[in-house]
Design a protein. Structure first.
Length: 258
């Protein structure tokens, strides 16, 4: 008979709770919907097609649908996760007051739910890229690295905004504004090398910029991400630590503030 320590039992219970909440979130998100999770692909696909027509055909920039989609799919994963995680503590005030459980599972389960949606959409993106002439190659083996970095970045940001929103409700609206600004500050609808030198600092301090370029380099160019990905990795670690520290510092006061 295997004897588990209290720490092991607690860790296992946390994993089981995260899995249960993630599964519930995925079931409820499109409950009653005919097309279900397919709707998660509708926005990036529609925006990619519209922007490729407006920017590529009308304005003559030469930007293609596959160029845009390689950046839009990861972007909507990031945006959807952060916006959904912002109110996870505020929206579960009754649960926080009545039941003792690891508080971090709430934003983590939301992030994992959006991550599952993103993973399910990857075969569609890959199929579109292959149809467009971008065959799989050895560089695609580096996709897990970019995926892991972006997931860590999302978790850190989600813990931070979810924790601070409990005490400062305007963070929810500030997050929406920041997401709009961040979309244009990240090389999604343009290539990073098109940014003028005087504004390159914007992409250097934005950890999403090397990630967006990394997805595109692997999927479209068949190349490994550039050295800037190391900078993104460093910024991601800082944000993950900051998010976890903020959460741990504030979590004991959540029930009283809500």
């Amino acid at each position: 008979m295997t004897i588990r320590t209290p720490g092991e039992r607690s860790l296992r219970s946390s994993f089981e709770l995260v899995a249960a909440l993630t599964s519930r979130d995925l079931r409820l998100r499109y409950q009653g919907s005919v097309f279900g999770w397919a709707w998660s692909m509708a926005r990036p696909l529609a925006l990619g097609i519209i922007l490729s027509f407006a920017l590529g055909k009308v304005l003559g920039t030469g930007i293609t649908a596959e160029f845009l989609l390689a950046g839009l799919f990861p972007w909507f994963w990031f945006q959807g996760s952060i916006q959904a995680a912002t109110t996870t503590f505020v929206g579960n005030g009754g649960l926080l007051k009545k039941v003792r459980f690891p508080r971090a599972v709430l934003p983590v389960s939301v992030v994992l739910g959006n991550t599952m949606q993103f993973v399910l959409s990857l075969p569609v993106l890959a199929g579109f890229l292959i149809f467009s002439g971008h065959e799989p190659n050895l560089a695609w083996l580096a996709l897990p690295l970019v995926f892991a970095l972006q997931l860590a970045l999302i978790l850190g940001a989600a813990l931070f905004v979810a924790s601070v929103t409990v005490f400062f409700r305007d963070v929810e609206h500030i997050t929406d504004v920041v997401m709009s600004l961040l979309f244009y500050a990240t090389p999604i609808i343009y290539a990073a090398d098109r940014v003028p030198d005087s504004y390159r600092w914007v992409t250097r301090v934005n950890p999403l910029a090397p990630l967006a370029e990394g997805w595109r380099a692997i999927l479209l160019d068949g190349e490994l991400p550039g050295a800037d990905l190391a900078i993104s990795g460093g910024l991601t670690v800082v944000l993950l630590v900051a998010g976890w520290f903020t959460f741990r510092k504030l979590e004991d006061s959540f029930a009283d503030a809500i």
